[in-house]
Design a protein around this ligand. Structure first.
Ligand code: PEP
Length: 249
């Protein structure tokens, strides 16, 4: 039985003051009986605030990226140890915005994934095709390559999570249909089975991400290979994020 995970990726949104306001409202909505794991991945400057609010709740804390080096002269970067020290249990790796705007490649995904696993941070590895690749019917090949290269030389994936996020659905308001998402999620599970065996493939959580909203979440989450969601825009408002969490139960 896979516990659903609903993760909010705030991207470059919310100052520390705005984070406090969100958290005050959000914790009031929680009943403490939610069956899903709830994860918030705020900007680095708000990690400590979410961390302060998460005590005595089911909220977990994650970061949106990490560097693969232990420490040193890497201006602007953040290490696994720093994230763990700030209360993080999760880290997003290989988000399509990192791939598109900041030169993330399958090779850097691989380095970050290895480091996160070494440090026992739970990675959420993002994969997904562009619209051009889907239109050219290359979506399966692209995602398969991202997984094979991203997971290269990794024998123990521990509790790694994968997020299937079609690039054409991120921030566009256009979500994949439940059938499109399910087809890709079960394909990803098959690849994991080929790489790591049936037991791991059955355990690994595969999230869907791309324009999830309270209105579409239930139908998408009802698919057998969808174990929750990575939520961008709709995670910025306490009520809409909470509705999506409820849709995963
Ligand atoms: C994301 O940032 O991973 C994402 C899925 O964004 P949105 O929900 O806004 O499409």
């Amino acid at each position: 039985m896979r516990t659903p995970l609903v993760a909010g990726n705030w991207k470059m949104n919310k100052t520390s003051t705005e984070t406090k306001i969100f958290m005050e409202q959000f914790v009031k909505l929680l009943k403490g009986q939610e069956k899903s794991e709830i994860l918030i991945c705020p900007p680095y400057t708000s990690l400590y605030i979410v961390n302060d609010f998460k005590h005595n709740t089911k909220i977990k804390l994650g970061a949106q990226d990490v560097h693969w080096e232990e420490e040193g002269a890497f201006t602007g970067k953040i290490s696994c140890n720093m994230l763990i020290d700030s209360g993080c249990e999760y880290v997003i790796i290989g988000h399509s915005e990192q791939r598109t705007y900041f030169n993330e490649t399958d090779e850097t995904v691989n380095k970050k994934l290895k480091k996160a696993l070494e440090k026992n941070l739970i990675p959420i590895v993002c994969v997904g095709e562009t619209l051009e690749q889907r239109d050219a019917n290359q979506h399966k090949e692209v995602v398969k390559n991202q997984i094979i290269q991203g997971f290269k030389d990794i024998t123990d994936i521990k509790s790694t999570v994968i997020a299937y996020e079609p690039v054409w659905a991120i921030g566009t308001g256009r979500n994949a249909t439940p059938e499109q998402a399910q087809e890709m999620q079960s394909f990803i599970r098959e690849i994991i089975q080929q790489l790591y065996g049936k037991e791991i493939a059955e355990q690994i959580r595969i999230l869907y991400g791309g324009s999830l909203k309270p209105e579409n979440a239930k139908e998408i989450f009802s698919q057998p290979d969808i174990d929750g969601g990575l939520v961008g825009g709709a995670s910025l408002k306490p009520e809409s994020f909470y509705q999506i969490i409820l849709a995963a139960e």
